[in-house]
Design a protein around this ligand. Sequence first.
Ligand SMILES: NC(=O)c1ccc[n+]([C@@H]2O[C@H](COP(=O)([O-])OP(=O)(O)OC[C@H]3O[C@@H](n4cnc5c(N)ncnc54)[C@H](OP(=O)(O)O)[C@@H]3O)[C@@H](O)[C@H]2O)c1
Length: 209
Amino acid sequence: MRLTVFGASGRTGRPLVEQALDRGHEVVAFVRSAPKFGVEADALTVVEGDAYTGEGVEEAVIGADAVVSVLGQTGDGPDDLLTVAGDHIVEAMTDAGVTRFVTLVGAGVREEGESVTLSGRVMGTLLKVLARSVLEDAEEHVRRVRSTDLDYTVVRAPRLVDGEGTGDYRAGDIDLGFESVARADVARFVLDCIEDERYVGAMPKVGAA
Ligand SMILES: NC(=O)c1ccc[n+]([C@@H]2O[C@H](COP(=O)([O-])OP(=O)(O)OC[C@H]3O[C@@H](n4cnc5c(N)ncnc54)[C@H](OP(=O)(O)O)[C@@H]3O)[C@@H](O)[C@H]2O)c1
């Protein structure tokens, strides 16, 4: 498959690109700076651009079988990154006739009507206090993606940590509280979703195995 990865230079993006190449996929890595990304491989194409302005987004998406966003707000960046970049990605995908989209957000983004455990509610309250703009951006991004005709999957994760991970995960309608999950394991789940059309039109949560 040919996969376009937005946020390829990030802490989830890097293991995701690496694993996708290991699995034999062709990867288009969308980055702001190719020299800073510094990854080279025969099956890898690097497209430079800015997902917030939309520069380069169309070029990165044309010809893709699936598109992944593991974009994340950076220190001094805009607080509506996911919303605005998501709009550019959706528009480019629609123009290019690409339908499969997997996007990563925090587990604080709820699905209407879902039951939340006590620890999940406490975590949600903490997020609203400590990272309100990040949460609101992710919520708006998800709302817009779900209103499209795309074959989307919204992957929701708790606190992300670095490292190799366990090589496994649990996913679906699972309880997440104060736990953390390795970015590498989240990347595995994202790729599994793409490869077997799992969770199309759904918002699965992913946690440590
Ligand atoms: N942190 C957590 O504990 C946590 C928990 C659950 C879910 N999440 C979600 O998981 C996602 C990924 O998290 P992460 O920790 O892997 O992120 P990260 O390491 O901070 O990476 C963010 C990525 O977004 C890119 N980016 C930012 N602005 C951009 C722009 N305008 N154009 C193109 N690329 C841009 C960055 O590029 P540069 O390399 O150029 O900066 C980087 O590749 C985030 O959406 C976050 O909300 C995070």
